[in-house]
Design a binder for this molecule. Structure first.
Ligand SMILES: Nc1ncnc2c1ncn2[C@@H]1O[C@H](COP(=O)(O)OP(=O)(O)OP(=O)(O)O)[C@@H](O)[C@H]1O
Length: 223
């Protein structure tokens, strides 16, 4: 029997921005259920790499295989569907929809992934993040920490195999930082998901192993 394929497999990945090489990863894998951090100084390419793994950005060359699908070979429409079903995203800009209620923000994520609406799942997640009584409020009525928790609930509403988060804790105080990480780890465990967090936040380094450290420049060697 062949060994299970990794959840993420990058092969000969190179990415140039305005002609400058910003990523060069000959071979990198993350196994199913393996959590970790993506580290590196500002400008080293962490956000770019997360966008490539999520299929939001096409690399200049190389293969990006996520949950058995080669994201680089799919049409944009199919890639969107794979992302909706397999990948949960928490970006620096939370991209919550202020015109919609908290519950509708979660329902929108279900709809965009092509799933039937599941109000029990929405209610469960709103309760878990302490916002059950505010299901009909709008995101702009929430605190930063509450908005961040809502963005995590939205990322996991479809039970994705992979959750990618970009600096999710940088704006939070110590208590909120630990609670947010607890929430992400708990949801990952509940859904059997892998959690990959790009961060500078030293507080996270105490809780999760580094999976990849990008150098300030791809021409530099990281020890
Ligand atoms: N649209 C763009 N146009 C020009 N250069 C870009 C663009 N997007 C990213 N870059 C460059 O690509 C490199 C990687 O950027 P990226 O945002 O991925 O870094 P990062 O490690 O996430 O940084 P930070 O920790 O500050 O968020 C940087 O040198 C950045 O200036």
């Amino acid at each position: 029997m062949s060994p299970p394929s990794p959840l993420i497999h990058l092969r000969a990945l190179r990415h140039r921005v305005a002609g400058r090489l910003v990523l060069d990863l000959p071979d990198w894998r993350v196994e199913d259920g393996e959590h970790g951090l993506l580290l590196g100084p500002s400008g080293s390419g962490k956000t770019t790499l997360l966008q490539i793994i999520a299929g939001l950005l096409s690399p200049t060359s190389g293969q990006v295989i996520v949950a058995g699908q080669d994201m680089t070979s799919l049409s944009e429409g199919v890639r969107d569907t794979v992302r909706g079903a397999c990948v949960g995203l928490v970006f620096q800009q939370l991209h919550l929809v202020n015109a919609l209620t908290l519950a509708d923000n979660l329902r929108l994520a279900q709809r965009l992934a092509g799933y039937p609406l599941d109000d029990d799942r929405v209610a469960h997640l709103l309760a878990r993040i302490g916002l059950a009584s505010r299901a009909e409020a709008r995101p702009q009525q929430l605190s930063q920490g509450e908005r961040q928790r809502l963005a995590i609930a939205r990322a996991v509403v479809n039970r994705p195999a992979l959750v990618l988060a970009d600096e999710p804790t940088s704006a939070l105080d110590d208590g909120n930082c630990q609670r947010l990480l607890d929430l992400m780890l708990e949801q990952a465990a509940e859904n059997g998901a892998t959690l990959l967090i790009a961060t500078h936040d030293a507080r996270l380094k105490a809780r999760l192993p580094a999976r990849l450290t990008l150098a300030a420049s791809v021409l530099e060697v990281v020890a």
